[in-house]
Design a protein around this ligand. Structure first.
Ligand SMILES: [Zn+2]
Length: 242
């Protein structure tokens, strides 16, 4: 089986008093080595896109973008007032808020749904959150509740409760890309929901086993780097231990 390698184009964006790193994953190629082996910022020439998936890296959380043709989806919005960072990510992916049709929130925590606060008025797509989390998200936007098995923009909503009651992951079946929210993290190797912030540990473990049954080729977590090598194997190993 071929491994998937994403190389990253890193952009530095001055934002307010600090500097935000916006890492855009834009390249997918078949390769057996991992990214950044040389230690320097990878500058490998692009080969094929990861079906239009990109990552917006913020202070300690990531949002993900999927640009297909003239339409785009955003998964998670980071902390409050992250609109500009996401806009820069969209720009880097040759898109913009005016092309975003779908904004999917994996769960209600402030580092994922907080970005509804201060969100650009140009963000006019449909907003979605898991039906079990909708009531916990304070916003004047209308949120469309989604549940396991729903489809948005060709993406499958995977109900992954545990971290929060209505946590959802987003699975792109065409590419095997799993945007895991906080149902998985890779901060210290692949792991399930951080126990410190988990509403229901038993549910969270069941959700890991459920995700392990998907045909996963890449895991894009809210916290930690994307897992793009042996993702299915790593996830199955994890599922056997939770
Ligand atoms: Zn989080």
């Amino acid at each position: 089986m071929r491994d998937i390698l994403l190389s990253r184009r890193k952009l530095l964006v001055a934002a307010g008093s600090g500097v935000l790193g916006v890492a855009v994953l834009n390249t997918l190629t078949a390769c057996s080595s991992d990214e950044g082996a040389g230690g320097n910022a990878p500058t490998a020439p692009p080969s094929a896109d990861l079906g239009g998936w990109d990552r917006v890296e913020m202070s300690n959380v990531a949002a993900y973008l999927l640009v297909r043709g003239k339409e785009a989806a955003v998964v998670d919005l980071g902390l409050a007032n992250s609109s500009k960072a996401i806009e820069e990510g969209l720009k880097a992916a040759d898109s913009g808020w005016d092309q975003v049709r779908h904004i999917i929130l994996t769960h209600h925590h402030p580092d994922h749904a907080g970005g509804l606060t201060g969100l650009s008025a140009d963000a006019k797509g449909t907003f979605y959150a898991g039906e079990g989390d909708v009531a916990s998200i304070v916003t004047d936007r209308t949120l469309k509740p989604v549940k396991d098995g729903d489809e948005v923009f060709g993406l499958r909503i995977v109900g992954t409760p545990g971290h929060t009651p209505g946590h959802i992951a987003v699975f792109d079946p065409a590419l095997g890309v799993l945007v895991a929210g906080d149902a998985l993290n890779t901060q210290n190797g692949l792991a399930g929901s951080n126990p410190q912030f988990t509403a229901d540990a038993k549910q969270a473990a069941e959700s890991v086993r459920k995700m392990a049954a998907l045909q996963v080729k890449a895991i894009l977590p809210g916290h930690g780097d994307p897992l793009i090598t042996n993702a299915a194997e790593e996830l199955r190993k994890l599922a056997a231990t939770v």
